[in-house]
Design a protein around this ligand. Structure first.
Ligand code: ZN
Length: 537
């Protein structure tokens, strides 16, 4: 059966919100652009590679296999490639071969992207996926008990998630949380993650985390951090197990998952010296949470002076990736900038859990740009539309108020911005943070982050005809200001279709959800916590 002919005859379904996969007739001229695809006879051929199985182009991502994404509004995020009201993206194997108008598609599968936005997948540079089983458990909580005896001050992250719950995780708990959280973000269009898995209580825990990242089938940096709340005991092998892990799992650069070394400075000079030294010997990036509490500010100052660690000789370098950077000194900031270190901001979490003011204005004043990160789903969603909107709105709140404030004294109620107040962020700015910057901050910018020929094909196709978006008037604005997970129609990682027409492929979500619930039950019980859906404690 020709699915194309059948749909056209029976339903006139060309206006359907879902695209159809078509196989162009061999030899059909495609140079006329998208409209040529629907000319007489062109789509009548059917060699079995149609969409009757609901999976998209057959063998996508495999060596030599080509398909064309036809007629979408293409936002490449690469200034040299540009934007197109309507263009095509040609994919072969893992890579993008061409981006442009009217690309030839003879005999290869075609994804109809008309009415859709085609752009690079989102990149999350800091996420604790092992906490997926604890989603929304800490929806009201702060970072640390503040003695206030309030609902927020009592059920806190440090005491409950890290010290109480993390230590009872078994390797199988790590695996299912990592897998389920990763699939969930894949469904949301986040094609790359830096998973800061602070759950390395044994080499078996580490291997379970890595296996889950591989099984998720998306791009990831495996962040090898400590085992939260349990930093000693039989089998505890952080940080020295990094050597085994690197050799066992990450001997090749040509794979979807690579390794980053965790080097938390709050673990003390001896441990972080060891971690940073091992990471640098292995040629890995060295990542760390840097934030107001836990006495981190004076430690970062020492590192900024090149006098950190037990021997007073460790400094900040271009290999550092710092998360949050709330409450740090001007001197340390200057050094972070001069060294070329990267900074990831988790704006919703920073605002919610008392990390301090997200330092976007500081970064703008230094000519730096952040990447974005979701941090913890025990408190907030890992959705990237939320990330982009939060960053834009938080920055605008600050600069708008800084602009209005001087007017109150003068009686001018709509003054011009004072000197030194940064421009309000635009939708394009936060899209850059969410794609290109994320790739750069994970050392993946040669591979992904934009729709550039030669890069790997990490592509999302977003429905711009749906009830919450139509009519399409502004492509960056539609994505940042209007969209949510329901608009993420198709997700492609390294050329392979992983979500097709709104459905994740190759996963049994019912079975995985059961495993996640079983794991949640074990973790809570082992930590001595009685489940209470309306008042966790
Ligand atoms: Zn974090």
């Amino acid at each position: 059966m020709c699915i194309l002919c059948d749909r056209r005859r029976t339903s006139g379904a060309w206006n359907s919100r879902r695209g159809f996969l078509k196989v162009a007739a061999a030899g059909a001229a495609m140079a006329g652009g998208a409209s040529a695809l629907f000319g007489p006879g062109i789509a009548s051929a059917n060699d079995g590679r149609d969409d009757s199985d609901g999976r998209g182009p057959e063998f996508s991502g495999q060596h030599g296999r080509r398909y064309l994404i036809r007629g979408g509004a293409v936002m490449s995020m690469d200034p040299a490639v540009g934007d197109f009201v309507s263009a095509d993206v040609l994919v072969e194997g893992k890579k993008i071969v061409a981006v442009g108008r009217g690309l030839a598609a003879s005999g290869i599968p075609v994804i109809d992207a008309r009415g859709r936005i085609v752009m690079p997948g989102f990149i999350d540079t800091h996420h604790h996926q092992f906490e997926t089983a604890l989603r929304s458990f800490l929806a009201d909580g702060l970072l640390i008990n503040d003695g206030s005896n309030t609902p927020s001050g009592n059920l806190t992250y440090y005491e409950n998630i890290l010290l109480r719950l993390a230590p009872v995780y078994r390797p199988q708990d790590v695996y299912i949380s990592e897998l389920f959280g990763g699939l969930s973000q894949l469904d949301d269009g986040v094609t790359t993650v830096h998973d800061i898995s602070q759950i390395h209580h044994s080499p078996q825990h580490s291997d379970a985390a890595i296996q889950a990242l591989l099984d998720t089938g998306r791009r990831a940096a495996f962040g090898y951090f400590e085992g939260a709340g349990l930093t000693h005991g039989a089998g505890y092998a952080y940080p020295q197990d990094a050597l085994r892990i690197k050799q066992k799992w990450f001997s090749s650069d040509d794979q979807l998952v690579h390794m980053i070394m965790g080097g938390e400075v709050y673990l003390g000079a001896e441990t972080y010296s060891q971690a940073w030294t091992i990471g640098r010997q292995l040629g890995l990036q060295v990542a760390a949470h840097i934030l107001s509490p836990f006495g981190i500010r004076p430690i970062l100052d020492q590192l900024a002076l090149g006098k950190g660690g037990v021997n007073g000789n460790i400094g900040i370098g271009p290999d550092n990736l710092f998360v949050h950077m709330t409450g740090m000194s001007d001197m340390a900031w200057q050094r972070v900038r001069d060294a070329g270190a990267q900074v990831s901001l988790a704006v919703p979490i920073e605002m919610n859990m008392r990390h301090g003011m997200p330092p976007i204005l500081k970064m703008q004043s230094l000519g730096m740009e952040p990447s974005l990160s979701v941090d913890v789903e025990c408190t907030l969603t890992a959705d990237f539309f939320t990330q982009m909107r939060s960053m834009m709105n938080m920055q605008r709140l600050m600069v708008n108020q800084m602009t209005l404030d001087p007017g109150f004294a003068s009686g001018n109620w709509w003054p011009a911005p004072p000197a030194g107040v940064p421009a309000p962020l635009t939708t394009r700015d936060v899209l850059r943070y969410a794609t290109v910057n994320g790739a750069k901050h994970l050392r993946l910018d040669k591979k992904v982050g934009s729709l550039t020929p030669g890069k790997e094909a990490d592509i999302i196709i977003l429905d711009a005809q749906s009830l919450n978006v139509a009519p399409l008037n502004h492509v960056p604005g539609a994505v940042v200001s209007l969209m949510d997970r329901t608009n993420v129609e198709t997700v492609i990682v390294a050329g392979k279709v992983r979500k097709w027409k709104g459905r994740l492929l190759d996963v049994d979500l019912r079975r995985l959800r059961q495993q996640l619930e079983d794991s949640r039950d074990h973790v809570l019980a082992a930590a001595g916590i009685t489940q209470d859906l309306f008042s966790p404690n």
